[in-house]
Design a protein around this ligand. Structure first.
Ligand code: 13P
Ligand code: SF4
Length: 304
């Protein structure tokens, strides 16, 4: 038996004996799909983390996702197979930056993208993901919105909710910003019938030439429901590989080979096995911060 098959068998046994659940983001390495109980976007996975009755959550994703799961399930053990799986965007803002923005704009509400640290969530009024950001912003009665840390998603939301005034923090996702309009236009020339589906973390020039903009789950659902066969995908390569596996009759095209999130690729099957068997790589969130952060996450989860 191959090492991979052996590991998958062992992990499946350990899941049962430890009453563990494995939550896996679309951007993870494809062999991690095989041991996942749930595969989804950030919103799907935070809902699963909030509702699971497992004792252990193994989060195949990045730090902010595992932290969110821990905040939502403080009495469960949350394990992150590779603890170095961070998010470059989440690391672009410090709590002091946000506190200063709040002081300069006392009449504004703070919306933080889930791609942020627990400390940023604790200083925010409400959290959002790329799947619900527009609804979250619309749910607020206030006119002035401080949106952190992603100016890509924030800019996209502000274009759809023009009645509000946005103060956008200057953060971005380096992976999505490596996708340039010229990559899309060049690929479109090769596949003129293809639809362009992009993630809102992309820069505005890319979003403006897309046929659809949405979260990873949104992109997947759009392709599933469409009669079109070819799709140019403006997001991290992982969602493309997952969709290709799910929809073998359709053709998913990457406009550039550079859209790879190195952090999302850190977790491996070996590490999943090792953290499950040893109970290592536990995610700990300062309880005081967690108590404040949970409010912004729960306010988001209350919105459809
Ligand atoms: P989704 O919310 O679409 O899963 O995106 C998460 C993410 O980190 C994208 O970079
Ligand atoms: Fe962070 Fe971008 Fe990687 Fe998502 S793709 S985890 S936003 S760096």
């Amino acid at each position: 038996m191959s090492r991979q098959k052996e590991l998958i068998q062992e992990i499946n046994k350990l899941k049962k004996s430890k009453n563990a659940v494995i939550l896996t983001h679309f951007y993870q390495r494809p062999n991690l799909y095989q041991i996942a109980d749930y595969i989804g976007d950030s919103l799907d996975l935070s809902r699963k983390a909030a509702s699971t009755d497992a004792d252990v959550i193994v989060f195949c994703g990045v730090q902010f996702m595992a932290e969110t799961a821990k905040i939502l399930s403080p009495h469960k053990k949350v394990l992150l197979p590779d603890k170095a799986s961070g998010c470059l965007m989440a690391d672009m803002i410090e709590v002091d930056d946000l506190i200063e923005l709040k002081m300069q704009n006392p009449d504004a509400r703070v919306v933080c993208y889930v791609n942020s640290t627990a400390a940023i969530k604790a200083e925010s009024d409400i959290c959002c993901t790329s799947a619900n950001a527009v609804n979250v912003v619309k749910s607020l009665p206030d006119k002035k919105i401080i949106f952190v840390p992603d100016k890509g998603l924030g800019g996209y939301v502000s274009s759809l909710v023009p009645e509000k005034d946005f103060i956008l923090y200057d953060g971005l996702c380096p992976t999505h910003w490596r996708i340039k309009p010229e990559h899309i236009l060049k690929t479109k020339k090769e596949y003129p019938d293809a639809l362009v589906l992009v993630h809102p973390e992309c820069q505005a020039d890319v979003i403006n030439i897309a046929d659809y903009t949405g979260s990873t789950r949104g992109i997947l659902n759009y392709a599933k429901e469409s009669n079109v066969k070819d799709f140019i995908i403006g997001s991290e390569v992982g969602i493309l590989l997952y969709m290709q596996e799910q929809m073998p009759d359709k053709n998913f095209i990457l406009p550039t080979g550079e859209a790879v999130c190195e952090n999302m690729k850190k977790n491996t099957l070996d590490q999943v096995y090792s953290c499950l068997i040893n109970g290592t790589n536990e995610v700990i969130v300062d309880p005081e911060i967690a108590l404040k952060a949970i409010n912004s996450i729960n306010r988001m989860l209350a919105i459809q």
